[in-house]
Design a protein around this ligand. Structure first.
Ligand code: NAP
Length: 252
């Protein structure tokens, strides 16, 4: 449940919100009355652009640098949010990479696998535990919602190049089911959004039309189409939706 009064005191942390799906989720969340933490890893310029566009439209946002795979940095980010925005009521675990540990299993290095799983999977534990410590009624909180970003590559077409990335997304789905049950009686809903290919920096520009032509709708999704699904999962309209996966796959 989103326990805070609709439109009042809603504070959202979106990891990886400087670009792509995270940036669009941030802008739409601000339009719906959330105060927004724009997390980023290194692209301060892009994060500041998202903040400026939200503030130009009358919203409130702050950019906070933190590597989501670094426990101390994540703890500092949530402390900054406490101070500058208020207590978090929604978390979108969106930051993720697919350009590490590409290739067949007999080609990948252990170091690359550790880096990939740290960014894509360990980060969900680190960010979710900080959010739960603030949201859970067990800890005196008012409840909240969490959405995690999976991918169709958890289930399809990952062999050869994206097997490690696909495995991180499978882990995210398993994490989401169990976490939803763990905190269901503590006022927190947890869901997963599973996009197919979306038009962000993650897809090389030269591949967008080619990938789209292979999909049932003849195109890949826009980041807004994914962001709108995330915002619905976060909303009071989804008050009895928890532990589920919402595909944004265009019938794939
Ligand atoms: P994107 O455009 O490549 O943007 C990635 C974002 O993650 C950036 O804001 C980046 O920050 C941030 N980031 C990367 N590593 C980070 C770290 N260690 N700590 C903090 N932030 C970090 O990505 P996207 O395409 O929007 O993807 C968003 C999510 O959707 C990912 O989980 C991805 O796996 C998933 N997804 C994407 C697609 C797709 O086709 N695009 C399909 C299915 C699922 P900087 O700007 O500072 O580098």
């Amino acid at each position: 449940m989103e326990a805070a009064t609709p439109g009042v005191d809603r504070v959202i942390v979106i990891t990886g919100a400087s670009r792509g799906i995270g940036a669009r989720t941030a802008s739409i969340a601000a339009q719906r009355g959330y105060r927004v933490c724009i997390n980023y890893q290194s692209n301060r310029t892009k994060a500041d652009e998202v903040v400026r566009s939200i503030e130009a439209a009358g919203g409130h946002a702050v950019a906070v640098q933190a590597d989501v795979g670094d426990a101390a940095a994540v703890a500092r980010m949530f402390e900054t949010v406490d101070r500058e925005l208020g207590t978090v009521t929604a978390l979108v675990n969106n930051a993720g990479v697919n350009d590490i540990a590409q290739g067949r299993v007999d080609e990948v290095t252990a170091d690359d696998l550790r880096r990939l799983f740290n960014t894509n999977v360990v980060s969900l534990f680190l960010c979710s535990r900080e959010a739960i410590r603030r949201m859970s009624t067990k800890h005196g909180g008012r409840g909240g919602t969490i959405v995690n970003l999976s991918s169709t590559l958890a289930h399809t077409a990952a062999a050869g190049r994206f097997i490690a990335y696909g495995a991180t997304k499978g882990a995210i789905e398993a994490f989401s089911y169990s976490l939803a049950q763990e905190v269901a009686a503590e006022g927190i809903r947890v869901n997963c959004c599973r996009p197919g290919p979306s038009d962000t920096d993650m897809i090389p520009p030269g591949r967008i039309a080619q990938i789209g032509a292979q999909l049932p709708m003849g195109r890949i999704s826009t980041p807004d189409e994914v962001a709108n699904a995330i915002l619905w999962l976060l909303s009071d309209e989804a008050s009895y939706v928890s532990g589920t996966i919402l595909g944004v796959t265009g019938a794939r």
